[in-house]
Design a protein around this ligand. Structure first.
Ligand code: HEM
Length: 392
């Protein structure tokens, strides 16, 4: 197991342009045959990641598809091919997809997606995640998770506004909010999947992709259910609902308290910062939190507890850097979790117990992605997607 994790992490850390790339791919494939429950990444992987230089990421992609207002019907041409002669036809009056068959386009009835249909969407996202490994540290996973979180984290429990229902980040002004800088990469990544499965709403797709990202990056299973409907620009939330990384624990409590989370949940959610990195041209901050930023582990907590941190001396916003390698970072809000007694006891717990982190992370991410959604389904109808790394 541990070898598999190491191999996969190595695969993620190897720059594609080097001769090691194909070897890394083989390692990655080998690693896919086993899914790890071990939440600690190996020293080998860390050292490798440290040595490997940072990848370049592409900052542009295809323009998102225009919204379909007023046209009445949208035909999913790609889906039609997959259906061997059938088409999905969308009725904007009822909000339903119909399946049509044959050249005369006879209606085969309202299309009601099943668990298997959603698993197909999951698999398509996972396939792209594995194939498009040129991006950033080798995976779109972190930025997909961030998209799902920023779509959901606008929720205000007092007014019931915001949340993952709506996918309003497709529109300005929300897409232009400073906190959402860089998330166009994730939205563009998902656009071909939306074309392939036109019956799924953007808001279901974004959260499903967040679940896929967590699971394919070897995190826990996160139960998910459909039911989000896309909304128009008038539902965009005001700027300032997402956290400001330069602030302290009072701010963290105020922002996540507004969404309805308690201290333990806030700390569990923050473990997502084991993944990905900060980009100077997005948030202004710079660098990854851990040595294996494409594998979900409890390393974020371990590093917060075990590493010594000091202010980085640089020409950028105030951030911490580790004293041992000077290659990792913490935001002021990350450090607030060990500066506040109540938060710190959960950091200690998750640093010691990777399984407890996985259990709590699964629950709290599920809760996050359901904020503000008027589900018709029941909690027991949630789907547990099968990770594709179990198949390979
Ligand atoms: C106090 C709370 C939080 C603050 C202040 C915060 C702030 C940030 C900042 C500044 C970045 C760097 C963005 C960039 O430059 O690309 C970032 C990245 C990220 N955040 Fe958070 N975040 C918070 C909570 C969360 C939560 C709750 C999650 C998910 C459950 C999350 C997931 C991520 C991920 C995965 C990335 C990496 C994105 C990438 O690599 O492109 N964050 N966050």
């Amino acid at each position: 197991m541990a070898t598999a994790v190491a191999a996969r992490t190595l695969a993620r850390a190897v720059p594609r342009s080097t001769a090691a790339a194909s070897a890394a791919s083989s390692l990655r494939l080998a690693a896919r045959s086993s899914r790890s429950n071990n939440s600690n990444s190996s020293n080998a992987a860390r050292q490798f990641f440290q040595k490997s230089s940072r990848r370049h990421y592409s900052s542009s992609g295809p323009e998102p598809a225009k919204s379909s207002s007023g046209s009445g019907l949208i035909i999913g041409a790609v889906a039609a091919a997959a259906l061997a002669g059938g088409f999905y036809v969308y009725n904007t009056q009822t909000g339903e997809f119909h399946l049509t068959k044959g050249s005369a386009g006879q209606s085969a009835g309202v299309f009601k997606p099943t668990t298997e249909d959603y698993q197909k969407v999951y698999n398509a996202v996972a396939k792209e995640l594995w194939e498009k490994d040129e991006y950033d540290d080798g995976s779109y996973g972190p930025v997909l998770l961030r998209l799902a979180w920023h779509a959901s984290g606008t929720y205000d429990a007092a007014t019931g506004t915001g949340g993952s229902n709506g996918a309003t980040m497709r529109f300005a002004p929300e897409s232009d909010h400073g906190a959402n800088a860089g998330l166009k990469n994730a939205r563009d990544f998902l656009e071909p999947i939306k074309q392939q499965f036109p019956w799924i709403s953007y808001s279901d797709l974004w959260t499903l992709a967040g679940v896929c990202a967590v699971q394919e990056m070897q995190g826990p299973i996160v139960p998910w259910r459909p039911g989000r409907q896309d909304r128009d620009v008038s539902f965009c939330t005001p700027d300032g609902r997402l956290p400001d990384a330069s602030k302290d624990q009072n701010h963290v409590r105020a922002i996540f308290g507004r969404m309805g989370f308690n201290d333990q949940e806030m700390v569990a959610l923050s473990g997502a910062h084991a993944l990905g990195r900060c980009h100077t041209d997005r948030s202004g901050y710079d660098g990854p939190w851990t040595f294996a930023p494409t594998v979900l582990t409890n390393d974020y907590y371990r590093l917060l507890m075990e590493e010594k941190w000091g202010w980085r001396s640089w020409n950028g916003p105030k951030q911490y850097q580790d004293k041992t390698t000077h290659s990792l970072m913490m935001l002021p809000t990350d450090m607030a979790l060990v500066q506040d007694k109540s938060f710190k006891k959960y950091v200690e717990k998750y640093a010691k117990d990777g399984q407890a982190f996985f259990d709590d992370f699964s629950n709290v991410v599920m809760k996050l992605f359901e904020l503000g959604v008027p589900f018709e389904s029941k909690p027991e109808d949630r789907i547990k997607f099968k990770p594709t790394i179990d198949d390979a």
